[in-house]
Ligand binder design. Structure first.
Ligand code: MD3
Ligand code: FE
Length: 202
């Protein structure tokens, strides 16, 4: 069942079967590159904790947002992207009509109750023609999907464990965010939401 959020934005309900490989992949990534709270250029510490895997990882610090090949916390390359991650990202992109998506970056966001992501655009990637694929794990979240300017109204979409969203084309630069997470623990993951965001960054 595919829902449309926009002309090139698709919700694939329960597309990921996250019982096994995906959760093991998150555990492996976090052992090498732990979750941490980064500081934005505006001086705010993000309520969302993050880490990355793949060749490039998204980071922020007081001097700006960027993709790096090394984890600034350890100086080591980001952990490799687990094969189960790349497989679900490619399959979801294909199901939404993007045939040869090869992500080089996977941002792993962790939301505890109350964590939120304010409205923003994803503009740090070199190539806006590739789609972005997002996999939701654990607690449900209300995703906010806006327009091409910050002031346009937002639509709300409830994203649950296993839901995958694919964004591309003219929807790639829409404003989006996540409302403060409600504390409704998930049977497998407990009181957290983990979101995998796959991108072609470099
Ligand atoms: C809509 N993360 O890390 S991913 C982010 O649930 C981010 O953690 C959210 O936004 C999360 O930047 C949502 C989904 C997403 C990614 C890119 C988009 C939605 C998008 C680009 C355009 C429109
Ligand atoms: Fe984003």
């Amino acid at each position: 069942p595919v829902e449309h959020l926009g002309t090139h934005a698709y919700v694939l309900r329960s597309f990921a079967q996250p019982g096994h490989d995906l959760l093991a992949g998150v555990e492996a990534v976090v052992l090498d590159a732990p979750f941490r709270h980064m500081v934005t250029p505006g001086g705010y510490t993000m309520s969302v904790a993050l880490t990355n895997c793949g060749r490039l990882g998204w980071t922020t610090d007081p001097s700006g947002y960027r993709y790096t090949a090394q984890d600034p916390l350890t100086g080591r390359p980001w952990p490799a992207m687990p094969s189960a991650f790349a497989q679900v990202a490619r399959a979801a992109a294909r199901a939404a009509g993007f045939d040869s998506f090869e992500p080089d970056a996977c941002l792993v966001n962790r939301y505890l109750p109350g964590a939120r992501l304010s409205l923003h655009q994803d503009k740090d990637e070199l190539d806006y023609s590739a789609p972005i694929v997002s996999v939701s794990l654990g607690m449900a979240a209300t995703f906010l999907f806006g327009g091409k300017t910050r002031s346009e109204p937002t639509a709300k979409v409830h994203l649950r464990h296993g839901d995958v969203v694919v964004w591309g084309g003219e929807d790639r630069l829409r404003y989006h965010g996540v409302a403060p997470l409600k504390d409704v623990p998930h049977p497998l993951l407990g009181a957290q939401r983990i979101n995998l965001t796959f991108r072609k960054a470099g």
